[in-house]
Design a protein around this ligand. Structure first.
Ligand SMILES: Cc1cc2nc3c(=O)[nH]c(=O)nc-3n(C[C@H](O)[C@H](O)[C@H](O)COP(=O)(O)O)c2cc1C
Length: 227
């Protein structure tokens, strides 16, 4: 798989097969991800990899907290407002996800069930948690962590391992600290669910969209490449 193909075919996986990727495979992916660039080569990411019983407990406890109505208390606050055109994109992917599963927007029960599946990391057998020290400048360390996460997801994809970057995974950082022994002086920034994609599931195959270059690119260039 070349890099263009990897970037164009990676997608968020929201249904996983019941097979746990080997520890050595995950280690290889993380080993290569270390070569992600970062501000001044500071490499601010800490990576906690969770599989097995501790992950099952985390899923169960997260569902329990969500069902009890416990408020989400992420270390990095979730955005509360979006300018309208971003909100529209956000809603659009929500609509596509739900309708791939034939869940009507007004079907509260099925929607809630979907969000509980999200809380259970869509059944992923591996969770990678990214954390950064609280002392670091949040903005740049987040940029570095984001780059690390994209590298990880692309390398996983090349190795046949599906991923979903998940803000939903880090809604209860206290629970993570307790179960996974993540130090108090680290801010938990994101989770990445990993596992083998259930390729049959329509939630993994619905059509995705991106805005066109014209909408995001400003060329400032007097040169002409052509003859
Ligand atoms: C910071 C971040 C947080 C995300 N959190 C979630 C999440 O909690 N649940 C989810 O289903 N997808 C989550 N996603 C996945 C996005 O919805 C997805 O990347 C986007 O819709 C583009 O689709 P694609 O990854 O399939 O190309 C997250 C992505 C990012 C980058």
């Amino acid at each position: 798989m070349n890099l263009f193909e990897a970037v164009l075919t990676r997608r968020s996986i929201r249904a996983f097969r019941d097979i746990t990727p080997e520890k050595t495979l995950i280690d290889d992916i993380i080993d290569a991800s270390r070569w992600t660039p970062s501000w001044g080569n500071t490499q601010p990411w800490n990576v906690t990899v969770v599989r097995g019983e501790k992950l099952n407990r985390f899923k169960k406890e997260s569902v329990r907290l969500a069902m009890s109505g416990a408020p989400a208390e992420p270390d990095v606050p979730m955005p509360e407002k979006w300018p309208s055109r971003y909100l529209e994109r956000y809603r659009d992917v929500g609509r596509r996800t739900l309708s791939s599963l034939s869940i009507a927007r007004d079907d509260r029960k099925e929607r809630d069930a979907f969000y509980l599946r999200m809380t259970e990391l869509f059944g992923a057998p591996v969770l990678v948690v990214l954390s950064i020290e609280k002392e670091l400048s949040l903005e740049y360390a987040m940029l570095d962590a984001g780059a690390f996460i994209q590298t990880l997801c692309l390398l996983a994809h090349e190795k046949g391992v599906g991923s979903c970057i998940m803000a939903a995974a880090v809604r209860y950082p206290g629970l993570m600290r307790e179960l996974f022994s993540i130090p108090q002086n680290e801010r938990i920034v994101a989770g990445v669910a990993l596992g083998y994609s259930d390729g049959e599931n329509p939630v993994n195959t619905f059509e995705r969209v991106r805005v066109e270059n014209e909408e995001i690119v400003r060329w400032v260039d007097d040169d002409s490449d052509g003859p």
